[in-house]
Design a protein around this ligand. Structure first.
Ligand code: HEM
Length: 443
């Protein structure tokens, strides 16, 4: 791989090069044609370049594993992820682990880790299988439908049952409907622009979002209060019960507001991303019949090496999140540049995953890349990295390993179109433009 470590030192204040287009034009390209825009910047300016956006200011993109390692292993007091994620605050709340930095972030992260340890995953297998089987049974047969929406229904139901327990009450069912309703308005890329956030009595997209968010909050607070009163709390194994009993080093518990923000974070961070990855996985498999046949064959024989390779390759070639971000609280040197505080540095997942020196023929779907070789630590980063690496990574991979075989055992799928889907931005995730349209037939 080409090295970037020998770059010359530059004078303070010199920013990595980038497009000279006005910021308004850059934001349009960033929102509308993100992968093409980023790839053209990398071609023109190299593995470190600046994009200028009206909301975040200059974003320094990094597209080389050595540069990304510098950020993921750098001082987390200088590289603030929480601040860089501030745009998510209206939905997740300011106590969300995604929005915190420093000691507060470490405290919340430690409190939240236990339910996501690898060894707990087996406990979620039953929920994942049942929900998938029930959902697939309801799919139409012999006519086109969008798989991603259905994957969203599966992953939302799974995370809801994992968080609130399998004894799903009417209140939990109502919460699921409220969240679906809220996401329908929250997912417009326009929601990312603070200056469009006017309520207009509930008639603007922002106003509709605020109303729905308030209903979701009410439902979550009611569930927290009920669970706190549950005399059998200590016997329960759902995530809410574990979080209610968790204590930090000083013996303090999470407050109700903190709990609401963390539950919301788990529900939202935990389902759309996984559903989208599943939708991409099926899109890629259905357009690569040899890979699909091999998967079916190996699963029949109880082997999972190809399944794991398929999942890794899906997350490489179609990462759901294209970049992660850290805002600098102090001057920071990288690749010879001295970046001032306030700058956002962004390990660029998409560009790194499409480097031809790590992944020859990078646009091709080739699971065999990962059959004999584990992913390179800073060259495969669908879950970000460092102390901010996705808390639900094991959960997500376990869910994909469970849902894909469960679907394939029940139905035969074929793509509705001979073309792979295009990548489209939806708020912060990158989704198949037409939702992975498929046709299912009985096995
Ligand atoms: C395919 C599915 C998923 C993808 C692609 C994904 C991706 C990511 C990424 C890129 C980050 C930011 C990491 C960084 O800044 O370096 C993140 C953070 C996070 N994710 Fe996920 N995620 C997925 C599933 C999940 C699930 C299932 C959960 C929980 C149930 C979850 C909970 C979180 C949380 C709590 C954080 C914040 C971690 C922190 O700031 O310390 N994610 N995820």
């Amino acid at each position: 791989m080409a090295s970037v470590s020998t770059l010359p030192r530059r004078a303070a204040g010199v920013r990595p090069p980038g497009s000279r287009l006005p910021r308004a034009a850059q934001v349009v390209l960033w929102v509308r044609w993100p992968t093409q825009f980023m790839a053209s910047c990398q071609r023109r300016f190299g593995d470190i370049f600046t994009v200028n956006l009206p909301v975040d200011g200059p974003i320094v993109n990094l597209a080389h594993p050595d540069l990304i390692k510098t950020v993921f292993t750098g001082d987390s007091d200088v590289l603030h992820a929480g601040e860089a994620n501030a745009i998510l605050e209206p939905v997740l709340g300011r106590h969300s682990v995604l929005l915190l930095d420093g000691q507060e972030h470490l405290r919340q992260r430690r409190l939240m880790l236990p339910p996501f340890h690898g060894e707990r995953m087996q406990g979620y297998a039953g929920i994942m299988e049942t929900v998938t089987r029930e959902t697939v049974a309801g799919w139409p047969r012999n006519r086109v439908f969008a798989l991603r929406r259905s994957m969203q229904a599966i992953t939302l139901e799974v995370i809801i049952r994992a968080v609130f327990g399998v004894d799903v009450s009417d209140e939990v069912t109502a919460l699921r409907d409220l969240i679906t309703d809220m996401l329908a308005v929250a997912n417009s890329p326009l929601m990312l622009l603070p200056w469009l956030r006017h309520e207009l009595g509930g008639h603007s997209p922002w106003g509709r979002f605020v109303q729905r968010n308030a209903r979701v909050n009410e439902a979550i607070y009611a569930l927290i209060a009920a669970r706190r009163r549950d005399p059998r709390l200590a016997e329960r194994s759902d995530i809410l019960a574990l979080l209610l009993q968790a204590r930090d080093e000083q013996g303090n518990q999470l407050s109700d507001v903190e709990l609401r923000d963390e539950l919301m974070t788990l529900l939202l961070a935990g389902h759309e991303t996984t559903a989208t990855s599943l939708a991409w996985c099926f899109d890629l498999l259905l357009h690569h019949p040899d890979a699909l046949r091999r998967l079916e064959h190996e699963l029949e024989r109880g082997e999972t090496a190809w399944l794991d390779a398929v999942i890794r390759e899906t997350m490489r070639v179609r990462p759901v999140i294209l970049a992660v971000a850290r805002r600098l609280t102090a001057p920071f040197e990288i690749a010879g540049y001295h970046l001032p505080p306030g700058t956002v540095v962004a390990p660029n997942i998409w560009l790194t995953h499409h480097r031809d020196d790590i992944y020859p023929d990078p646009d091709a779907f080739r699971p065999e890349r990962f059959l004999e070789q584990a992913p390179e630590p800073y060259g495969w980063l669908p879950f970000g990295g460092g102390i901010r690496r996705c808390l639900g990574a094991s959960f997500a991979i376990f869910e994909m390993r469970t849902v894909i075989p469960t679907v394939l055992r029940q139905v035969r799928l074929r793509p509705a179109s001979p073309e792979l889907e295009r990548v489209r931005r939806e708020a912060v995730t990158f989704v198949p433009a037409r939702g992975t349209r498929v046709i299912a037939t009985n096995r």
